[in-house]
Every structure is written in structure tokens, then in C-alpha cells.
Design a protein. Sequence first.
Length: 251
Amino acid sequence: MLIDSHAHLVSLENLPEVLKRARENNIGKIVSISSDIPSTEATISLTENHDFIFATTGVHPHSADKTDDEVLKGLDHYAAHEKVVAIGETGLDYFYMNSGKEVQTNSFVEHIRLSRKHNLPIIIHVREADEDMLEILKKERAADTPGVIHCFTGDYETAVKYLDLGYYISFSGIVTFKRSEELREAAKKVPADKILIETDSPYLAPVPHRGKPNEPSYVRYVADTVAEVRGISFDEICELTRANAERLFRI
Ligand SMILES: [Zn+2]
């Protein structure tokens, strides 16, 4: 059984067919990620009709400027829902920089506090912001509650800095791209009990579907590549990443 640890199901088209293909391809569980309050509500209602789908609640760093008191109250409310298994995605994105650094930091710190309050793992998005991210995580003692660096794109040296704090490292379809040698090197070396795989659907479809809409069933291509670089079988990587996702999200 495979687990897609990060998909934005409510952003996908033709969802019933997508979910059917996921089941046919042995995707046993999907963690469906929210980016704001409306997507949290839509994701939770999706989980109510599908046992194998789990939800998160959070505000994406792209819209960090929307994390006001009312939104925080909403996140706090939904975090208590029984199918909500994590806080996020949240984090820092200095590539798009839709909001300033301070606004993103404040939103992220509020998410860390929610994660601690609800004893839920945190799903972290970080792009071109590792230095500030590591500083905040240490300062806020964020690693008191576990979490994952989702869609990791750095080298192994960077991965180690997050691993040292106790975080899981999740690899997306980017690991299948031709030029991602450094990333494959990281995927080879991350400890077996800290590795996760994801699609980040509908974005970042892996080879051979690169450039097309992504969907959870394609997590098998990520699994394939990661198994190959680690020199283990497809079944072994499925088992490993399934156990890790089940432990982290308690699903
Ligand atoms: Zn995402």
C-alpha cells in the first residue's frame, strides 16, 4: 500500500475519477492539504465521505497576509476535528514572496503554536528560506511537536539540518526530474525512518507526466525513483514510507 502524504485534493478536477485511479493503484491513504479556511472546510467534508482521506488545516505562506485573528480562530476550531491530522501547510516562501518576510514569519509562528496546542504534526513549506526557517524552528522550539519538510528540494547537507531537529523529509515528483541529481542524492541518504513521499497534486507531476496535472496515483513514480536510488525494491519503499506516514500523522 502507498500513501500520498501531500495532495491538494480539493484543487483537482474530475475528483471521482482521480480517487478511483488512486484506489486502483493501491494508494491506501491520502493526506489532503488545506491552504486556507475555505479549502479546510471543503477538505473536511471530503473526509466525511471517504475513510482513506485525511485533512489538515492551515494557511499557505502564499496567503500569509490573510492569517488574521478570525482566520486563526477558524484554524483552531478545525484543528480539533477528528479527521484533521496535521497543521499546514505553512512556512516561508521567499521565491514568490507574496507577503513580506515578517508577515510570513508571524503566520508561521502562529501555526507552530497551534501544532503544539493541538498536539498535531506541522507540514512545512520552505522555498529559498532555509536559514530563516531553521532559526525560527530553533527559537520557537518547534520540534517539540514533530513535522515534515514537504516537497524537499535541497541537498543532503540541508536535509541533515532538519533531520537533526527531528523532522521528516518528504520527496515529490521533482525527484524524478532529469536535473535533480542533488535531490536524488538526498533521497538516497535520508534515514529510512524519516522519509516520506508525496505528489503535491495538482502541481509538480513526476516524469513521465511532467507538465500535466498531477494526481495521487502518480506517487508510485516518486516511490519508484526513490527505491531505485536507495537500492531497495518498490515494495520495500512502499512499506517504509507507509509506516513513516502512519507514525507521523497517526493515521
Ligand atoms: Zn502543497
